[in-house]
Design a protein around this ligand. Structure first.
Ligand SMILES: Cc1cc2nc3c(=O)[nH]c(=O)nc-3n(C[C@H](O)[C@H](O)[C@H](O)COP(=O)(O)OP(=O)(O)OC[C@H]3O[C@@H](n4cnc5c(N)ncnc54)[C@H](O)[C@@H]3O)c2cc1C
Length: 222
C-alpha cells in the first residue's frame, strides 16, 4: 500500500464523506491507527451536495432521533470552540420558519412545532410580525406573519468541514487515501471481517488487488 505497513491499522474506514471522515478523526484522536479509503475524492458524495442545515427542530416529533440531532449540534459547537467556526465552515445563522397569520393550518402547525420544541427544552423562540421585520429587514412581512426562530441552529460548508477534519486526522497519523475504492471485505471462516480488498483504480487494473488491509486484531470496524 504505497509503502504503508498494512498490518498497522486498527480500523479501516470506507468512505470519505462527512460520516467517514468524522469517524476517522475521532478514532485517530482516541489513539487508533486508522486508514480511510475513498473511491473518489473527499466530500464528493451526498456530503458535497447537502443543504447542510444542522438542526434538530425538523425532527421534533421523533424522540430519540431528535435527541441525537440535538446532541450533534452540541458537538459541532464543541468543535467550533476548539478550531473556530471559520476553519470548520460553520455559520451560526439560526433558522426561521414563518407562517401567515391568516393561514390557520400553517399557523397552527408552526405553533404545534413550537410547543413540541418547548417541551423538549430546545432553544427556540416564537416571534411576532414586528420582531420578524427586525430580524429580516429586507423582507416585507407586513406584520401579517408570525415565525419560529431556532436560534441555535447552524449551517455548514460541508466540503470545507470534511477537508479540514481530514487534515486534522492525517496530522494525528491516519492515512487518507483518495481514488482508492474498497472492492470487497475479506471474511474469516466465522464470518468475521478480516480485511478490506482494495486496488489502485488507475494502475494496476482493478483485477490486481492490493494485499488486504489487515488490522492488528483481525477485527475491522468499517
Ligand atoms: C440535496 C441534499 C440535501 C441535504 N440536506 C441536508 C441537511 O440540510 N441537513 C443534514 O443534516 N443532512 C442533509 N442531507 C443529508 C446529508 O448530506 C447526508 O446524510 C450526509 O452527507 C451523508 O454523509 P455520508 O458520509 O454518510 O455519505 P457520503 O457523503 O455520500 O459519503 C460516502 C462516501 O463513500 C464513498 N464510497 C462509497 N463506496 C465506496 C467504496 N466501495 N470504497 C471507497 N469509498 C466508497 C463515496 O464515494 C462517498 O464519498 C442532504 C443530502 C442531500 C443529497
Amino acid at each position: 500500500m504505497n509503502g504503508t505497513d498494512a498490518s498497522a491499522f486498527d480500523v479501516a474506514v470506507i468512505g470519505g464523506g462527512i460520516i467517514g471522515v468524522t469517524a476517522a478523526f475521532y478514532l485517530a484522536r482516541r489513539g487508533k491507527t486508522v486508514v480511510l479509503l475513498e473511491r473518489n475524492g473527499l466530500a464528493e458524495g451526498a456530503t458535497g451536495n447537502s443543504f447542510a442545515w444542522i438542526n434538530a427542530s425538523s425532527k421534533a416529533a421523533e424522540g430519540d432521533y431528535h435527541r441525537l440531532n440535538a446532541r450533534s449540534l452540541t458537538e459541532y459547537n464543541v468543535l467550533a470552540s476548539e478550531f473556530g467556526e471559520h476553519a470548520l465552515g460553520l455559520t451560526a445563522c439560526g433558522e426561521l420558519s414563518v407562517a401567515p397569520v391568516a393561514d390557520q393550518s400553517r399557523h397552527a402547525a408552526l405553533r404545534t412545532q413550537w410547543q413540541l420544541l418547548q417541551d423538549l427544552e430546545y432553544p427556540a423562540a416564537w416571534v411576532d410580525g414586528m420582531a420578524l421585520s427586525n430580524l429580516e429587514p429586507c423582507i416585507n412581512f407586513d406584520r401579517d406573519y408570525v415565525g419560529l426562530l431556532n436560534f441555535a441552529e447552524l449551517s455548514l460548508e460541508a466540503p470545507r468541514f470534511v477537508n479540514f477534519l481530514a487534515g486534522q486526522t492525517t496530522s494525528l497519523g491516519a492515512e487518507i487515501l483518495e481514488g482508492k475504492p474498497a472492492l470487497s471485505l475479506e471474511m474469516g471462516d466465522g464470518g468475521e471481517i478480516l480485511g478490506v480488498k482494495t486496488s489502485d483504480a488507475l494502475s494496476p487494473p482493478a483485477t490486481c488487488f492490493w494485499p488486504p488491509v489487515r488490522t492488528a486484531r483481525k477485527n475491522y470496524r468499517t
